[in-house]
Design a protein around this ligand. Structure first.
Ligand SMILES: [Zn+2]
Length: 165
């Protein structure tokens, strides 16, 4: 799956966090958590928390081995590229699904807004206050959502393209 790195970066940042992304980026080859901590200048406990988050999403795996002298376990962490691809695909599917639902709503529904720009309200909500905005006492006017529909359509096109790569 030839998904670009920038897409992977933005999706991991959005769904987990910026620090998670830096951790996954340092795992170009398998590393111990202490090594990652030194490399990123973070506390080992912080790195372990980040790794555990990534592990919960199946994006990293580890090999555990016991130090015979100390009796302590060490963990060698590695990226799970196959799972990363599946994660991206699932994320894109979800985003696509959400956009399509939004598009359906925009195509079907009539919405209203007022000059104080308090967001858009549904027809039901506008009727409830007699088309008067409770925030500014201005009148609600019908919103033109052509631009929003266009944006959603182009988003959907992009997402479909990414997903099929
Ligand atoms: Zn208003």
């Amino acid at each position: 799956m030839g998904l670009s790195n920038s897409l992977l970066s933005s999706i991991i940042t959005e769904s987990l966090g910026k620090e998670h992304l830096t951790v996954i980026e340092t795992l170009s080859k398998p590393k111990h958590d202490e090594e990652i901590a030194v490399e990123l200048n973070l506390k080992p406990t912080v790195v372990r928390t980040l790794l555990n988050d990534l592990h919960a999403k199946n994006l990293v795996g580890y090999e555990r081995s016991k130090n015979k002298k100390t009796g302590w376990y060490t963990y060698l962490w590695k990226r799970r590229q196959d799972k990363i691809d599946a994660f991206l695909k699932a994320y894109l599917d979800e985003a696509l699904d959400a956009r399509m639902k939004e598009l359906d709503m925009e195509r079907e529904g009539v919405t209203f807004h007022c000059s104080c720009d308090n967001g858009r309200v549904s027809l039901e909500d506008a009727m409830e206050t007699n088309f008067v905005c409770p925030g500014c006492s201005g009148r609600y006017v019908e919103s033109d959502n052509k631009k929003i529909i266009k944006e959603l359509e182009s988003d959907i096109k992009k997402l479909k393209k990414l997903r099929n790569k």
